[in-house]
Design a protein. Structure first.
Ligand SMILES: Nc1ncnc2c1ncn2[C@@H]1O[C@H](COP(=O)(O)OP(=O)(O)OP(=O)(O)O)[C@@H](O)[C@H]1O
Length: 254
């Protein structure tokens, strides 16, 4: 197996420590799910992978690039190899689904594009293939804002795939979806990772989804990795300890 991501004693301070001495190696093709309470450092960890943030100390190495030391050009080249899926899908609602997917290839093209026909035919075909992969080829010419949330997130996955990424970062990709759509999106990401040997780092708040679709669970608490274990066979109670100490909702009075 080759190594896709390595964190070597990484700390990140914003005044408070968001990451505290994190060491982690992710192999190519692994699906790693990050779990932890709000504010435990999941998004900060993801942002170090594509160099949106740089470590205060320690080393982050991604696809052979030392992210903390990389110059602007090197970072841009690295980012082309990394796809990102967000909680908010960030589609352009007034454009067709297909054009939204095509925009995933902008990093591979020269110059801006306006309108579906401004993309090379070969690329439109590639985009349609990716839409087919996420089960939405029949929606290609529909406006993106006419799709359900789950469908829009699948379009966002297709758009990220058109970038031909080696790593996919997903920051709470199902946080705004219903349980069925959430499972559908996670299953898709998992299957595509297996088909293409795509490395996935995904933050989630849903323990059951993490256990179902992750290869490996990394648990963070106050910026430290307190759990790093294969998802298969991981005791649910043990994973729940990540959330221990969260104040219960006050009981309704009346
Ligand atoms: N740009 C920033 N400036 C200052 N503090 C930040 C910044 N980004 C993150 N932090 C702090 O770092 C800590 C970790 O935040 P982070 O967003 O990584 O947590 P998280 O686990 O992703 O939370 P959530 O589940 O709510 O998204 C928090 O205390 C947060 O306030």
């Amino acid at each position: 197996m080759s190594e896709a991501v390595r964190f070597d004693r990484v700390s990140k301070s914003f005044g408070t420590l968001a990451l505290d001495d994190v060491s982690l190696t992710v192999e190519s093709g692994e699906v790693v799910v990050l779990l932890g309470r709000s504010g435990s450092g999941k998004s900060t960890l993801l942002r170090h992978v594509d160099g949106l943030q740089r470590p205060t100390s320690g080393t982050v190495t991604v696809l052979g690039t030392d992210v903390g030391r990389a110059g602007g050009g090197e970072l841009r080249r690295l980012r082309r190899r990394i796809g990102f899926v967000f909680q908010q899908f960030h589609l352009i609602g007034s454009l067709t689904v297909l054009e939204n997917v095509c925009s995933g290839a902008l990093g591979r093209l020269r110059g801006p594009r306006l309108g579906l026909l401004s993309y090379p035919k070969r690329l439109r075909h590639e985009a349609l293939d990716e839409l087919d992969r996420v089960g939405l080829a029949d929606r290609a010419l529909q406006r993106a804002d006419t799709l359900s949330g789950g469908q829009q997130q699948r379009v966002a996955v297709a758009r990220a795939l058109l970038q031909r990424p080696e790593i996919l970062l997903a920051d709470e990709p199902v946080a705004s979806l219903d349980p069925e759509s959430s499972a559908q999106v996670m299953r898709l990401i998992r299957e595509i990772s297996a088909e293409r040997r795509l490395t996935v780092l995904c933050s989630l708040h849903q323990l059951d989804l993490a256990l179902s679709w992750g290869d490996r669970i990394v648990g963070l608490r106050a910026g430290r990795t307190v759990l790093d274990a294969p998802a298969a066979g991981l005791d649910r109670e043990r994973a729940m300890e990540l959330y221990a100490g969260v104040a219960a909702e006050p009981a309704a009075v009346g």
